[in-house]
Design a protein around this ligand. Structure first.
Ligand SMILES: Nc1ncnc2c1ncn2[C@@H]1O[C@H](COP(=O)(O)OP(=O)(O)O)[C@@H](O)[C@H]1O
Ligand SMILES: [Mg+2]
Length: 144
């Protein structure tokens, strides 16, 4: 597990840029409303070279933003697994793209077993980010 701290939205965007190169596949962004999930996504998508921070807006109402080799998804407004299943995310999960997902942890059965988790906590302007790989190679979770 790696952890990082930021003290402003700009620092969070800078952190996202820094983390981008090390990310692949599904990345669950986990934290309360206003934690900084979208701010970090601005940095990650910028670091991946698919957008600028100004171009990245929250997919809260649009659900999925397609940046070509990366996707930014927000499941906040969806309530049932059936609604999420209807989005057809599996097709995305099978492709070699980065999928940043806000509120994906609410539907664990629909998320791929292997993913990266970024947990965000904090108060005021201070935010702490914990990055960990889940279900990765080298670990056999089928026995768990
Ligand atoms: N260190 C920080 N990192 C990110 N956002 C911060 C930070 N400090 C304050 N903020 C504010 O918190 C809010 C984060 O919003 P957003 O990224 O949309 O959150 P989320 O997507 O988790 O709901 C913004 O209004 C931002 O200005
Ligand atoms: Mg958000």
């Amino acid at each position: 597990m790696r952890s990082y701290s930021t003290h402003s939205e700009d620092q969070t965007i800078a952190l996202g840029k820094q983390l981008a190169a090390g990310l692949r596949g599904v990345v669950l962004l986990i934290g309360n409303l206003g934690a900084g999930k979208t701010a970090l996504s601005k940095g990650i998508l910028t670091g991946l070279g698919v957008a600028t921070p100004e171009e990245v807006t929250s997919p809260t109402f649009t659900l999925i933003h397609d940046y070509g080799s990366a996707f930014h998804i927000d499941l906040y407004r969806l309530e049932t697994a059936k609604e999420v299943a209807a989005l057809g995310l599996e097709d995305l999960f099978d492709r070699d793209v980065v999928a940043l997902i806000e509120w994906g942890e609410r539907f664990p059965q629909l998320m791929p077993q292997q993913h990266t988790e970024i947990r965000i906590q904090g108060s005021g302007e201070d935010r702490r980010f914990e990055v960990r790989e889940v279900g990765g190679a080298g670990r056999n979770r089928t026995d768990e």
